[in-house]
Design a protein around this ligand. Structure first.
Ligand code: GP9
Length: 411
């Protein structure tokens, strides 16, 4: 009914009334924006070594030298996996409980991040070396305001790893196209090499895994090899951005799209990722890195606030321009200073202090409420308020999708 639409509209209005500004607000104004969405990149490999070798030496050096790093950043995807991570970035709405919003709501109107950039004079591009119909991308991208989608047939042949040409070749070829683009451009690059089951050709397995074959599953070892390769590919990409003179004119955003699917029954993984308990596994399994290179910022900083993929669009927009009110977004600027909470599709949530894991029977009282620091189990009542807020957010987001309401708000 009209009243229902009105009440959803005013909920969004209030939520987006006075967006906060970050310490870096506007620093990427009119700069190119490259968002590198990395397949299955999880935080537990960052700043870590195996047998004395760094797994992600390039990302570690970026974080140490000039990067803005969020180690408490979480993925919120559902069964739509990579497409859900894109959806969260592009729309700041929750993914659907079943299926994928990219498949189910590809014809909806969105308050889309790429469209906002387009309206600001950016060209908007996606690079992903796979079939354009996969996850319905070629339909959805039109709706999101993407000018050009470079997919499988736009890339030249090169060594295939897993599903597609490898990330090193893909990133270099993407850059070949970007150097000819008019600036500013927005490029969303979706990597693919580190896709489950993470098999790598032998000559790309360069980490020394001595001692791991005996007690770890193959997937864990493959994962480290493949992430190591992807890290090197990102390093090569950045070297070339510098060589082409683009580094100082480009904001680079790197984030992991979703979990690996590795499970705590692999002793090597659960030990390495500190994921041996229900709570620690839950947190490690949802945690993905978020790293920014912001032109003009040459001092590394780490920010420990809790954040999630829903917050990408509001945060990026603030970095590109002053924060603007009136958006139809659920996420908020990572620097908004409010008590921060990350809600997942099943209602589970993480705050700075609490982790709540819903029970598979869906009964709230059967869920587990943890005090994060001590790992102590608390009475579920202590997790009630943030849980209820999260349920409300999920409902509002679902209402928007089911009723295609963004369109109706604007009328
Ligand atoms: C394929 C890629 C993989 O195009 O996005 O998707 P996933 O299986 O990770 O959802």
């Amino acid at each position: 009914t009209e009243d229902e639409v009105e009440s959803v509209a005013s909920w969004f209005e209030e939520r987006n009334e006075a967006p906060a500004a970050s310490p870096y607000s506007g620093m990427a104004k009119d700069k190119n924006v490259i968002v590198l969405q990395v397949e299955a990149l999880q935080d537990f490999v960052i700043n870590r070594e195996i047998n004395g070798q760094e797994i992600t030496p390039y990302l570690n050096s970026l974080i140490a030298e000039e990067g803005i790093y969020f180690p408490e950043f979480y993925e919120q995807t559902g069964v739509g996996r990579t497409s859900d991570a894109e959806f969260l970035l592009n729309t700041s709405l929750y993914p659907t409980a079943k299926g994928s919003a990219y498949m189910l709501y590809a014809e909806n109107e969105y308050d889309s991040f790429p469209q906002i950039l387009k309206d600001k004079g950016y060209s908007t591009n996606v690079f992903h070396p796979y079939k354009p119909s996969f996850w319905n991308r070629y339909i959805m991208y039109k709706q999101l305001g993407i000018d050009q989608f470079f997919s499988e047939s736009d890339f030249e042949e090169d060594e295939v790893i897993g599903w597609a040409i490898n990330d090193d070749a893909m990133l270099q070829q993407s850059l070949d196209k970007m150097v000819d683009m008019e600036e500013p451009f927005y490029s969303h690059i979706i990597t693919l090499t580190s896709h489950h089951p993470f098999e790598m050709p032998d000559d790309h397995k360069v980490l020394n895994m001595d001692g791991y074959a005996e007690y770890s599953k193959r997937h864990f070892r493959n994962y480290l090899h493949s992430i190591h390769f992807v890290d090197q590919a990102i390093g090569n990409f950045v070297d070339r951005l510098k060589a082409e003179g683009l580094w100082d004119d480009t904001m680079l955003v790197i984030f992991g799209d979703h979990s690996t699917g590795l499970t705590a029954d692999d002793p090597a993984f659960s030990e390495f990722a500190d994921a041996g308990e229900q709570q620690t596994y839950f947190e490690a399994n949802k945690k993905v890195p978020l790293i920014f290179h912001i032109p003009g910022v040459d001092e590394a900083q780490q920010f420990d606030q809790t954040g999630s993929q829903l917050d990408l669009a509001p945060t990026l927009l603030d970095l590109i321009d002053a924060p603007s009110s009136g958006r139809k977004w659920i996420g908020s600027n990572l620097w908004d200073g409010e008590e921060r909470k990350v809600t997942f599709r099943d209602g589970s949530f993480i705050t700075g202090d609490l982790t709540f894991i819903t029970s598979s029977d869906g009964i709230y009282e059967n869920g587990s409420c943890y005090e994060r620091e001590s790992g102590e189990t608390l009475p579920t009542e202590q997790c009630r308020a943030p849980f209820d807020q999260g349920v409300q957010e999920l409902k509002m987001s679902d209402d928007v999708l089911e009723g295609n309401l963004i369109n109706k708000f604007e009328k």
